[in-house]
Design a protein around this ligand. Structure first.
Ligand code: SF4
Length: 370
């Protein structure tokens, strides 16, 4: 159980549902009260006990004596011409100015009505893995988010989605700041709350957790029968190239990843997704496409080819359209299911970590120092 409350009071958002039940039982409350409190916290977004109007006044005042409700706060918001909205949230640490990003990405029908409303959430403050193309990787790692802080991002953006588009969010991807599987417990707990009927009530089929390729945790997801989708950030089709841009590859290379992916599929029988950022003249040749096709056949999968949002100070650049077209044709020729994902929010700091870096984040731990 993690508590970020500065006082001795218990931060209810740091408790899992089971822990909340235990907490309520200790206070002598019946089961249905736990459900009501859980619903206030995660469905109705209460930040004070006074808002919990179906609890008696006495109970509300008792709760405020022994517990708190920490919520992250909005610090900044940027809106792109294409409808993408990026949020910078301030965490509640008393002595640190930690901020994390989340993004709301709308997809529209031809008539302009929102179809898919995807939220991309952060799971850590910074990241230890230092991928060469990633703004967050340049910050280093500071701390894990609690499950409550992850759910807060979703809840906040869900409220904005209802205001802006008159529609609840439809999908969640854990692809913001941080490596989700490096914060396994909080990520799994947050996904459980997001899909809980008394929480945000979003089907786990609409939740995707991405990983840079942490093989032990990929197997653990399969062993634990976690119901959400898995995406692997691949970004290079061979060890030589992956070593150059993703330091994790030196300790967990493609052979290790293949073994974990095959294990995952054997146990879950579920397909998975590979994310592949296409970089100009680095991983966008026909030969790269053929190597990628071999990886795609480790297990049933689809590939998202992502057009990179260039990041200041990063040499790797977005691939050219003609090279993208040739690359896609080669994938098709090799019977690979692949979709191009266009960059969103080009006119704002939409690449993961860009906004936090602009805010002057200090330097944290890196893969070499942990
Ligand atoms: S791409 Fe993901 S794993 Fe790599 S540095 Fe960025 S946040 Fe970390």
């Amino acid at each position: 159980m993690s508590s970020i409350s500065p006082s001795s009071k218990t931060d209810l958002k740091s408790l899992t549902k089971t822990e909340l039940f235990e907490f309520c039982t200790e206070l002598g409350l019946p089961r249905f009260r736990t459900d009501q409190i859980f619903q206030w916290l995660y469905q109705k977004g209460a930040s004070t006990f006074d808002e919990m109007t179906n609890l008696s006044k006495d109970l509300r005042s008792k709760l405020s004596e022994v517990a708190t409700i920490n919520r992250i706060e909005l610090s900044q918001q940027q809106r792109s011409k294409d409808g993408t909205i990026k949020f910078l949230f301030k965490l509640t640490d008393e002595d640190k100015d930690f901020k994390v990003e989340a993004v709301l990405i709308p997809d529209f029908y031809d008539d302009g009505v929102a179809n898919r409303l995807t939220v991309c959430v952060s799971s850590q403050v910074g990241c230890v893995f230092g991928c060469a193309f990633c703004a967050t990787g340049k910050m280093g790692f500071f701390r894990n988010l609690s499950h409550g802080e992850i759910v807060d991002q979703v809840q906040y953006i869900n409220e904005i989605s209802l205001q802006e588009y008159d529609k609840k969010i439809t999908n969640i991807v854990y692809m913001g700041m941080g490596e989700p599987l490096h914060n396994y417990t909080a990520v799994v707990q947050s996904a459980a709350i997001i899909s809980d009927p008394l929480g945000i009530d979003l089907s786990p089929k609409r939740i995707t957790v991405s990983t840079v390729g942490l093989t032990k945790q990929i197997k653990k997801i399969a062993d634990d029968a976690e119901p959400f989708n898995l995406a692997i950030s691949l970004h290079a089709p061979d060890d030589l190239k992956r070593d150059k841009i993703m330091p994790i590859n030196s300790s967990m290379n493609l052979e290790n990843l293949e073994e974990a992916v095959r294990y995952y599929h054997r146990k879950t029988e579920r397909p998975l997704t590979y994310e592949y950022l296409l970089f100009d003249n680095f991983n966008d040749s026909k030969e790269d496409a053929r190597n990628l096709a071999k990886i795609a056949k480790w297990a049933p999968s689809k590939i998202n080819i992502i057009m990179y949002n260039n990041v200041a100070g990063v040499e790797l650049q977005r691939a050219r359209e003609d090279r993208l077209n040739t690359f896609m044709k080669e994938l098709k020729r090799n019977d690979v299911r692949a979709t191009v994902r266009r960059s969103r929010g080009d006119d704002i700091d939409a690449g993961c970590g860009q906004l936090a870096i602009r805010e002057g984040a200090p330097k944290g731990k890196t893969i070499a120092t942990v």
